[in-house]
Design a protein around this ligand. Structure first.
Ligand code: UDP
Ligand code: MG
Length: 307
């Protein structure tokens, strides 16, 4: 049997206190008979992370360190790692022990059983605060309802992907900065492994509110056209309300001899015209969405195999 290589890609941003323990924990959880390469991506750390990683790589030829020229963000760091990974399967995981290394054998097992994408699914989010849990739930509800691609809920970037999927990702002419959406777009057989997400071992989260919001926005704008369609909804509401009041005042004038001053008629008519404007904006948005889709350069389909 061919010797199997597994790559483990780990984005690192100021994780000096976690690196050594993470590496030693990882080495104890690699299944027998598998060669591992570690691809650490230093995403513009300003602590000793980079120096520690380079020292580690000096001592161990299975470790490579990709140093980015500045902080490009978690998702970009993952893409960089995927480009440098050479394994038959690639696992991406965080450096802070929130993605438990002991799950790796189960990931590999599921992959060997034929699943090209294996996700770690968080069944217990008590390590996240109330706000993060609520916002994530609402967000995924909107995203799945409005996107053609089923982006799985409660999964982060702890996953294993097969070489075929890695190549597909690397060869895309343009990649969205929302890796999990891109992988969902590519398709392939998926498998989920439940786990409880522990608290980070050392240090603080690097995902500030601003970064989290920007990731959420990236996901929504790249994989859903819902925001563009709001014009239609508002338009119908506004025209509908206007028509209702217009019918009412016409009826009131004709049957009750009620006199409405001109400005009241104008308000009702204005309401309807505003609605028409919203609808025109929606029509415009439909054209924009088509150019946007073409610009995203997503392949129309992905072929898994031909038999
Ligand atoms: N990270 C990164 N670049 C960044 C922010 C984070 O490479 O700009 C890394 C970080 O070192 C960690 C992983 O991405 O390995 C996840 O970050 P974090 O644990 O802070 O996010 P959280 O788990 O709180 O969502
Ligand atoms: Mg974390």
């Amino acid at each position: 049997m061919k010797n199997i290589t597994l790559s483990i890609v780990i984005p690192v941003h100021n994780e000096a206190k976690n690196i050594a323990s993470l590496y030693s924990a990882l080495t104890t959880h690699i299944p027998e008979g598998i060669t591992v390469e570690y691809v650490f991506v230093d995403d513009g750390s300003i602590d000793e992370s980079k120096a520690i990683l380079i020292k580690l790589a000096d001592k161990n030829k299975h470790i490579r360190v990709v140093c980015l020229s500045r902080n490009f963000g978690h998702q970009a760091a993952i893409y960089a790692g995927l480009e440098h990974a050479k394994g038959d399967a690639v696992i991406t995981m965080d450096a802070d022990f929130q993605d438990p290394p002991e799950l790796i054998p189960r990931f590999v097992e599921a992959w060997m059983a034929g699943n090209k994408v294996v996700y770690g699914k968080r069944i217990d989010r008590s390590s996240d605060n109330w706000f993060k849990r609520m916002s994530a739930k609402t967000y995924y509800r909107i995203l799945t309802a409005s996107s053609k691609v089923q982006i799985p809920e409660n999964v982060g970037d702890f996953r294993l992907i097969d070489r075929q999927v890695v190549d597909c990702l690397n060869n895309l002419p343009r990649r969205e900065p929302f890796v999990r959406g891109m992988i969902a777009y590519l398709g392939f057989g998926q498998h989920f492994i439940d786990y409880e997400r522990p608290k980070r071992l050392q240090g603080e989260t690097k995902y500030t509110m601003r970064k989290m919001f920007s990731l959420a926005l990236d996901g929504l704008l790249s994989f859903s056209m819902l925001p563009l369609k709001l014009g239609l909804l508002l338009g119908i509401l506004s025209v509908g309300t206007g028509m209702f009041f217009l019918t009412y005042i016409i009826w009131d004038t004709m049957y009750n001899d009620e006199i409405y001053p001109l400005y009241k008629w104008l308000v009702v008519v204005l309401f309807m015209f505003t609605g028409l404007l919203f609808i025109l904006m929606w029509i415009l948005a439909e054209y924009v969405s088509r150019t946007y889709r073409l610009n995203q350069d997503k392949p129309m389909y992905i072929t898994e195999k031909v038999v």
